[in-house]
Design a protein around this ligand. Structure first.
Ligand SMILES: C[S@@+](CC[C@H](N)C(=O)[O-])C[C@H]1O[C@@H](n2cnc3c(N)ncnc32)[C@H](O)[C@@H]1O
Length: 239
């Protein structure tokens, strides 16, 4: 279903992952996230490298389950449990309905706030476009929890929208991002309305702040494996 949520000028309301968003979410991701499919492919390739039999792979902020399903198709080893966690009931309900139509027996979904979940025995944790929705004060503890849950040799895969510390570069990157959205059929009104709705909801860190967060949580090995203007991916390994 096509994303037309912000076609009309609205009174600013905070963006929510509600039923209307869940209904158009595949289209929204494809048209709003640069190289979304390519990054999903890279996340799955890397997750498959670090996945170990008898362990859990967590996808935090799993939305409709696209990453979990793709990963389940990609993994050779069925003895890895893929657990998607999301606190939006609309998203998880739809993910469950998709699960019932597929043969993905190693995938499960749970509706919960990721800051309140106990993680264990993880070989991989994926956090794709989700940490940015946590209040900054909660991000440090979240990263520490992920580090604690990972087994030695385990991997964190982090995909985030970022800001540039330099305001002129930031403007250029954001302008190019809006051009990308326009090229994908979003009008200037839709782009402006969504920006307003996300203002206090999606709080991006800079690339450097994300590196610091990951490093302070205990990860000593980490590397950027994707960057496009104001989007980046990090792979971090627990020694
Ligand atoms: C942009 S979407 C993630 C997209 C998905 N990971 C992907 O790459 O296709 C962000 C998701 O995070 C979820 N979310 C936000 N805060 C959360 C929290 N505290 N705990 C669990 N899920 C959360 C939202 O409900 C939403 O489905």
């Amino acid at each position: 279903m096509k994303d037309t949520i912000f076609q009309k000028v609205q009174t600013p309301a905070n963006f929510e992952f509600n039923q209307s968003v869940a209904d158009v979410f595949d289209d929204m991701l494809d048209r709003s996230v640069p190289f979304y499919q390519q990054v999903q492919k890279q996340l799955c390739e890397l997750a498959a490298l670090y996945a170990k039999p008898g362990t859990n792979i967590y996808d935090l902020g799993s939305s409709l389950g696209s990453t979990c399903f793709r990963l389940s198709d990609h993994l050779q080893n069925p003895e890895v449990r893929i657990v998607g966690i999301d606190n939006s009931e609309s998203m998880v309900k739809k993910a469950h309905s998709r699960l019932s139509e597929r043969n993905a027996r190693n995938v499960s979904f749970r509706c919960a706030d990721m800051t309140e979940v106990e993680f264990e025995n993880a070989s991989v944790v994926i956090v794709s476009l989700t940490l940015q929705f946590l209040r900054p004060a909660k991000r440090v503890r979240m990263l520490e929890k992920i580090y604690e849950a990972l087994n030695p040799g385990g991997a964190l895969l982090l995909f985030e929208k970022v800001i540039c510390p330099d305001s002129s570069l930031n403007q250029i990157f954001i302008k190019n991002y809006y051009h990308f959205k326009e090229a994908n059929g979003y009008s200037q009104t839709e782009i402006a309305e969504k920006r307003k709705a996300l203002e206090n909801v999606l709080i991006p860190y800079s690339y450097e702040e994300n590196c610091e967060l990951v490093s302070n949580a205990g990860f000593s090995i980490f590397e950027c494996f994707f960057r496009w203007y104001n989007f980046m991916c990090l792979l971090a390994i627990k020694k």
